[in-house]
Design a protein around this ligand. Structure first.
Ligand code: HEM
Length: 536
């Protein structure tokens, strides 16, 4: 009774006209303070970009985080802290700062942060990929299984798959281009190349149809959308929890979660059925399913499958397509001539088409794919990391649990490391054309595959896919600019992206001319490959 009377008198006091405005201001201030809290307190001694309450620097980062962060690094130094909503993020923007944080501190920088849209809405029932998992025993086991399945000797045993898929794509391009008359966008051909390679080696199931295949289109479309939900730049609800209350915000991610679940279950069930019928082909998931010693659960096997499907599909085509775009331009004509001469020097008997499956002996083609990985930085803001131990940067201590974003684009265009970084120049990986030649040609050539403890485990496979495709495209075709200027590709690494806020590069449409260098010879190479891979 006495308590109720006391509450009434407090309420009466607070609602008096002279007190009410102050009371409301106090409520708003407290709310703002609560909403404005960050997961990690401000790090002393580390430059911070000035922002505004609640959003922090989100609005300033705009559509193109890599470019904006690169600009900021000129004023604030190579490493700085930003606030993206309620998260404090460390951005590293130069080659050396990435090396220090990602490689020197690799045992501390081993985990990945959880982001609302991807981890809660898209993935709650279907499991995370390896690349989106925080570091724990399960992630360790899955990474180890994937690394073993993708090590050098294992990748060598997958070369027949690459032979089959590269041949299939080039054969289709040869037919569809009508000996150079019809200009083509290489996108669909190389998307199928990457996806079908991943599906065959993981499930023993390939895309049988042409570039119009329904499963190809569904997986490509869904994975592209999921890549947007994974992006660190696309989803403000990851950083501003209040936005998660907006109606309808989860419906699109949930739709894509369902669609993704349909084909992932279908692929796994098809494989299980084939194992039961004894008609399965050797493949990674099959090996795990049949291995009585394997200690991976069904969910973990599904996660490895998801990783294989999405990791190569998001990345291999972007590199291939943009390099082919470049080869069609004026400077690209010189690169093609040089590449062909280098190939012919190593293979005077014209057998490079087959030999490239066993060896990587043309240094210029290796340099071409390295420069492609640097120049187009297909994951401009690398997959995010979290430190599990404190990390020291200068006089500052960055506490465990802080998020780190590698600006791979910034590091790749760092002119204190790469001479004339805006020039596309494969020679920088062959000669002393780089400022830090030792690092460029031997140590870490670029951060296209990330760096350190969670670096890409598919890099050997991806390198073999890139090498084979470039060598065969250059020996098969003269790659020519399109007749209409409007069909020319945009070469700038960020401008060429159809969705600038996406995690990975999805090139804007363009066309190139493809004229067979010697149709009869190309047809013979194709026939020989088809014969070799008949039973695949
Ligand atoms: C050109 C093609 C590729 C590029 C540019 C690429 C790039 C990357 C990058 C930047 C990362 C993050 C590394 C880090 O945090 O430091 C990554 C992680 C990963 N990639 Fe790749 N990747 C490619 C192809 C592949 C392929 C073909 C596979 C497997 C089939 C693969 C499997 C993985 C896995 C499993 C991870 C997660 C590693 C972890 O979190 O522990 N990648 N990749």
């Amino acid at each position: 009774m006495a308590q109720a009377a006391q509450s009434q008198s407090v309420l009466a006091l607070l609602t008096q006209p002279t007190v009410l405005p102050f009371f409301l201001i106090a409520i708003v201030y407290t709310l703002l303070k609560l909403l404005d809290r960050t997961d990690v307190p401000k790090i002393k001694g580390l430059p911070e970009i000035p922002g505004i309450p609640i959003l922090g620097n989100l609005h300033q980062l705009g559509q193109n985080h890599a470019k904006v962060a690169q600009e900021w690094s000129k004023k604030y130094g190579p490493v700085f802290q930003v606030r993206m909503g309620n998260r404090r993020i460390i951005f590293a923007n130069t080659f050396d700062s990435v090396k220090n944080l990602w490689i020197t501190n690799q045992s501390a920088l081993v985990s990945r942060p959880m982001l609302h849209t991807f981890h809660t809405v898209v993935s709650s029932s279907e499991g995370f990929t390896i690349g989106t998992s925080p570091w724990d025993e399960s992630c360790k086991a899955r990474r180890k299984a994937a690394a073993t399945a993708l090590n050098r000797p294992a990748v060598q045993s997958y070369m027949p798959i690459i032979d089959y898929e590269a041949t299939k794509s080039i054969k289709e391009m040869l037919i569809d281009s009508k000996h150079g008359e019809v200009e083509l966008d290489p996108n669909a051909y190389f998307t199928r190349y990457a996806l079908s390679t991943s599906l065959t080696l993981n499930y023993g199931i390939k895309i049988e149809g042409n570039v119009e295949d329904e499963m190809l289109k569904e997986i490509t479309h869904v994975e592209r959308e999921v890549s947007n939900f994974r992006s660190t730049s696309n989803n403000w609800a990851d950083y501003v929890p209040l936005l998660r209350l907006l109606p309808g915000g989860s419906s699109k991610p949930q739709e894509y979660r369902k669609r993704r679940g349909v084909y992932m279950h279908k692929l796994l069930n098809m494989l299980k059925q084939r194992i039961e019928d004894g008609t399965d082909k050797p493949c990674i998931s099959g090996n795990v399913l049949k291995d009585p010693e394997a200690k991976l659960s069904d969910g973990e096997i599904m996660s490895i499958g998801l990783t294989m499907v999405s990791a190569g599909l998001d990345t291999v085509p972007g590199n291939l397509i943009m390099c082919i775009a470049y080869l069609s331009c004026e400077h690209g004509q010189e690169i093609q001539k040089r590449a062909l001469a280098e190939i012919n020097k190593v293979y005077p008997n014209n057998d490079s088409w087959e030999r490239c499956l066993h060896e990587e002996k043309v240094p210029y083609i290796t340099a071409l794919y390295k420069e492609t990985l640097r120049f187009w930085s297909v994951i401009p803001i690398c997959l995010p990391r979290t430190n599990v131990k404190d990390i020291r940067w200068g006089d500052s201590v960055i506490p465990a649990g802080t998020s780190f974003y590698m600006n791979a684009y910034g590091a790749h265009y760092d002119d204190s490391h790469f001479k004339s970084p805006y020039d596309f120049n494969p020679d920088r990986y062959l000669s002393d054309d780089s400022i830090d030649d030792a690092a460029a040609s031997r140590g870490t050539p670029h951060y296209g595959y990330g760096a350190g403890s969670r670096m890409c485990v598919g890099s050997h496979l991806a390198n073999r896919e890139l090498y084979t495709a470039f060598l065969r495209m250059i020996t098969a075709f003269e790659i020519l600019p399109p007749r209409n200027k409007s069909d020319e590709a945009i070469m700038d690494a960020l401008e060429c992206n159809l969705y600038p806020t996406s995690l990975t590069l999805d090139p804007k449409p363009f066309k190139v001319g493809l004229r067979a260098r010697d149709r009869a010879v190309v047809e013979r190479w194709i026939a020989e490959s088809e014969e070799r891979t008949r039973d695949l």
